[in-house]
Design a protein around this ligand. Structure first.
Ligand SMILES: [Zn+2]
Length: 454
């Protein structure tokens, strides 16, 4: 791979000192070789002119569902449990290999074009190879795995027998973990407590400790979910998972909207990460996670857009702006400093994935996952003294001009090099129509009927 010199930009390093420096960044052999002024380009190096631009660590989203990108704008106006039962589960059950691969490509195209270089994903139950192949061909840094659902009450097209689900997860993990020179990593993804028997969750713990695979699930997103978990298990989500051994550095819990102080302390003590998903939490009317409290309790928090049909965008800039502003009315105007918001989407996300030594900041020796943002736009001008604020409050996904993953350019001059983004967008209406023809809708539940009658 030829070297790349990113010349003349302003580097937001996101290192421990949160340094901002006017510097060039030299990429060699997929890693950051040097950060400094006036660097000479080695012979044959590719030059990226970064004058007037911010150079950021590639953005990390620690909770997405690529399998749902095709359902964007097809599941609005519902709360979580109805949204799942009435729309998302029937749609996921209707996926075939072709529609799933299309959905993953569509989601990845959006993510890379908007500067997200690394995701923690939850796939659906079947055809998981298609998502991993899309990750492999697109160049995105991917950790994820098949969704696991075995409990009574899981929908017919997605519910699996416990042993079969665990066996398939192990088979796929053995095949895909550390594929694409380590860019792809496997994760165990039980959907959430209500979809999983204790036996399944114990099996997940066993596989995780045997193979060192990350565990990625949802917890305490919605009030009704929390109440039902309490009624079934006698405990709150985080506590129930911890009792089954699912806590610690290798466990990532999406949402944590309705967690207690006690659960926050448990997460901090064990090193369990939370993923803040403000866009999805607002649109599904789930609530507002106590982000400043989680952080001050010592919990590692990452950021994620969740699925395209609950947000309805996978744009990390949108999530950062929400995380930066949503908590201020309750906690005061200085509760979420912009540098710490950008940390959620970079170094803290990397830590959630166990990759903080490799990515998440722009420091010599780290893998070259880099996002370049043009600040010479009317909506971001003039930029303030603290460029973290300009990125978090003013910049937009469409300002991303160049993206590198493992030193390989995947976006150049605003154009995606690894997938045909325009063709995906043009084909999406026909692809979703194909899928919708296969959907078997469940009978509306009592709550949905009651809501309609109101
Ligand atoms: Zn989710």
């Amino acid at each position: 791979m030829p070297a790349t010199l990113l010349r003349g930009g302003t580097v937001l390093a996101m290192d421990a000192g949160r340094r901002i420096v006017r510097a060039d960044l030299l990429v060699e052999e997929g890693r950051i070789a040097r950060v400094g002024r006036g660097l000479r380009a080695p012979r044959g190096a590719e030059l990226i002119d970064c004058a007037g631009k911010a150079v950021l660590p590639g953005l990390v989203q620690a909770h997405v569902h690529l399998c749902q990108a095709l359902f964007r704008n097809h599941a609005d106006g519902l709360e979580l449990l109805d949204w799942l039962a009435q729309r998302i589960w029937p749609y996921e059950a209707a996926h075939d290999a072709r529609s799933l691969r299309f959905s993953a490509r569509l989601g990845i195209a959006e993510l890379l074009l908007s500067g997200t270089t690394c995701v923690l994903d939850m796939a659906t139950v079947r055809h998981t190879d298609e998502v991993l192949r899309a990750a492999e061909e697109s160049g995105i840094r991917y950790t994820g795995g098949k969704c696991l659902m075995d409990a009574a009450g899981s929908p017919p097209g997605l519910r699996e027998e416990t042993r079969a689900a665990l066996d398939e997860a192990e088979r796929l993990g053995t095949r895909w973990h550390l594929a694409a020179s380590g860019r792809i990593r496997w994760a165990l993804c039980p959907r959430f407590v209500l979809s999983c028997t204790d036996e399944l969750l114990r099996g997940v713990r066993e596989l995780s400790s045997r193979h060192g695979w990350l565990v990625h699930t949802h917890a305490s997103e919605n009030r009704a979910e929390v109440d039902e978990v309490r009624a079934r298990t006698g405990a709150d989500n985080v506590e129930h998972l911890a009792r089954l051994g699912l806590s610690g550095r290798g466990v990532v819990l999406a949402h944590c909207v309705h967690v207690t102080q006690r659960e926050a302390r448990l997460m901090a003590r064990s090193g369990t990460s939370a993923v803040h998903c403000p866009g999805a939490n607002l649109k599904l009317a789930s609530g507002i996670a106590p982000l400043p409290q989680l952080l001050s309790s010592g919990v590692n928090v990452a950021l994620g857009a969740d699925g395209a049909p609950c947000n309805n965008t996978l744009d990390a800039f949108h999530e950062m702006r929400l995380a930066a502003t949503l908590h201020l009315p309750a906690f005061g105007p200085r509760a979420m400093p912009p540098a710490e918001v950008l940390a959620l989407a970079t170094i803290r996300g990397a830590r959630a994935l166990g990759l903080e030594r490799e990515i998440g900041s722009l420091e010599q020796g780290k893998r070259a996952d880099v996002t370049v943002v043009d600040l010479r736009t009317p909506h971001a001008s003039p930029s303030g003294e603290d460029l973290h604020g300009t990125i978090v409050y003013s910049a937009r996904a469409s300002d991303v001009t160049d993206v590198l993953v493992d030193g390989r350019p995947v976006v150049r001059g605003g154009r995606l090099l690894t997938l045909d983004a325009g063709a995906l967008a043009r084909a999406a209406p026909a692809e979703v129509a194909r899928l919708l023809r296969r959907v078997r809708r469940p009978r509306p539940d009592r709550r949905a009927r009651r809501d309609r009658e109101r």
